[in-house]
Design a protein around this ligand. Structure first.
Ligand code: BTN
Length: 179
């Protein structure tokens, strides 16, 4: 892999780690906090494309697994992948490739909302749905209850999808088309 690509991946991992410096917002009714790191995961798809974006997110999760305190709030460790947030992490792994492939199909220079819809469906609905399914399995709280609790993430995650769309179009930077 060219040094330029490795540098971009390293920068993306850094962005993911820096977003983790912003403390998580704990919620009393669900054992999963509001975080900013999923913004970085959506950005990975836009800024790096499917392959390199996936490598960046996988590397980040590998650092978490190794115990580096890179998750928001300074957390890390393999046990996190058996905890209530594991479903979201699984979704994060597929987010860059799905966003990248989705954009390849629908991107239109004149219609920003085509990009937004792809980013929203993958980065918000897909990830939150996987998170919900695992949360129910992990806590036994029931799918309906887990789904309703997850609604709390939708407004903030939608804003992150808007920001990702804006940044992608502002930079006019769609390397995923060259994957
Ligand atoms: C953690 O750091 O333990 C939680 C990471 C997963 C948080 C998920 S990502 C989608 C949804 N939006 C949020 O702001 N939080 C959850």
């Amino acid at each position: 892999m060219p040094v330029k690509d490795l540098t971009k991946i390293a920068l993306m991992v850094t962005i993911l780690i820096v977003l983790g410096v912003i403390p998580p917002v704990p919620l009393g009714f669900i054992p999963v906090p509001i975080v900013l790191q999923n913004l970085g995961v959506m950005l990975a798809g836009i800024l790096l494309g499917g392959k390199r974006g996936t490598i960046a997110v996988a590397l980040f999760l590998f650092f978490v697994a190794l115990g580096f305190p890179v998750l928001s709030g300074g957390r890390g460790g393999i046990a996190i992948f058996a905890g209530p947030s594991a479903g979201y992490f699984f979704g994060w792994l597929f987010t860059p490739i799905m966003i990248s492939n989705g954009l390849k199909m629908v991107h239109n220079n004149d219609k920003w909302w085509f990009d937004f819809i792809v980013i929203w469906i993958v980065g918000v609905i897909f990830v939150d749905l996987l998170g919900t399914i695992w949360l129910d399995f992990n806590t036994g709280m029931g799918f309906g209850k887990a789904l309703v609790a997850n609604l709390v993430f939708i407004p903030g995650d939608t804003l992150k999808a808007v920001l990702t769309t804006y940044i992608g179009r502002r930079l006019n930077h769609y390397p995923q088309f060259k994957d």
